[in-house]
Design a protein around this ligand. Structure first.
Ligand code: TRP
Length: 338
């Protein structure tokens, strides 16, 4: 186990997982837990940067997210799930890292820049309502990534600037205090971001186009029936272009066994959209069934979930405390353990 490479990834507990999370991230983590020492952080401290006035929501979603992760097939015997806030060493490391980053550099971080612009658009906020904590979350994320000696970080494109920022912080740390920390690397997901059934470039909770893993069969069917198809197809037997159809896009993910027939029939006008959507709904429900069954098992065994979180957090904390011992020594603040 020890000679395997480390993976560290994180996710904010702000809501239930949807298919976008599954195909874009969590599905990959399920695969990579076989070959790596995998740590999955439930980033509640980071979630609080945006939700500091709604702690109930964050707390509830720590649980929901854990259930969703386990339901997807994260195996607690292979991967380690832990809660960020329960590792004070991460907060401690964040403080020392804060000295190594300028405010200007944070404001230039493309991820932060986009998020600040979105906030202003959504809430009409002025720059004055961007908190210190929010602006600084890349620093805290750098601490997440390096506290455990996490060397590989699987991320989508939008998170790349955060990894780059973490690398810069580590380089700066090492150049000032001596070679102490290892630079993290990203493991770029080769799966492009999942589009929404409404044709939007992204599936997202806030976009209102998400199919959640916990959605009932009826809700899944309803969402699928509203999906965007080739708008040039007017009649049931018109030939259509599957490449512009969101129903076809999702068939490629959940109807792999007969995707050729589906594509062929669609192109030849041998498949009406209603029938095609019904088939997609059925296959999607089948796809979600084992995930829901696993979720039900963990919902019925809450003490087991408690144990998984406790054990995972303990293991992660042990690793973080080893890193912090080195960091304190490097910064010469290791007063009482000479
Ligand atoms: N910023 C990530 C997100 O919003 C969550 C996250 C927190 C993370 N810590 C991390 C991702 C460390 C990768 C590594 O989804």
């Amino acid at each position: 186990m020890e000679d395997k490479k480390n993976i560290l990834t994180g996710i904010r507990p702000t809501g239930n997982l949807h298919l976008g999370h599954y195909f874009g991230a969590v599905g990959n983590w399920v695969k990579s837990q076989e070959d790596y020492n995998e740590f999955i952080e439930i980033a509640d401290v980071q979630a609080l940067t945006d939700n500091f006035n709604n702690p109930d929501k964050v707390r509830k979603n720590v649980r929901e997210l854990t259930l969703d992760l386990l339901a997807c097939g994260i195996d607690p015997n292979k991967a380690t799930i832990f809660i960020q806030s329960m590792i004070p060493e991460i907060a401690e490391l964040t403080v020392y890292y804060s000295n190594l980053v300028t405010i200007a550099r944070l404001e230039r971080n493309p991820t932060i820049k986009t998020e600040i612009a979105q906030k202003k658009e959504l809430f009409g906020q002025t720059g004055e309502s961007v908190t210190y904590g929010f602006l600084g979350y890349p620093v805290s994320q750098a601490a997440d990534i390096t506290a455990l000696g996490g060397t590989l970080v699987p991320v989508g494109e939008d998170q790349l600037p955060l990894i780059e920022q973490a690398r810069e912080i580590v380089r700066k740390f090492n150049s000032i205090y001596g070679e102490t920390l290892q630079e993290p690397e990203h493991l770029l997901s080769n799966i492009p971001r999942l589009k929404g059934l409404d044709g939007n470039e992204k599936m997202g909770k806030s976009l209102g186009n998400a199919i959640f893993l916990v959605d009932s069969d009826e809700v899944v069917t309803k969402k699928v029936m509203e999906a965007i198809t080739d708008k040039n197809k007017i009649h049931k037997d018109d030939p259509a272009n599957p490449d512009v159809c969101m129903v076809h896009y999702y068939h490629k993910l959940v109807s792999k066994d007969n995707i050729e027939t589906i594509t062929d029939e669609c192109k030849k006008g041998k498949r009406g959209c209603i029938q095609c959507k019904k088939e997609l709904a059925k296959n999607m429900i089948e796809f979600l069934r084992p995930i829901k069954e696993k979720r039900k098992y963990y919902e019925d065994n809450p003490e087991e979930v408690d144990m998984i979180l406790k054990e995972g957090t303990k293991k992660a904390r042990f690793r973080a405390s080893e890193t912090m011992a080195k960091v304190r020594k490097a910064i010469k603040i290791d007063y009482f353990n000479e």
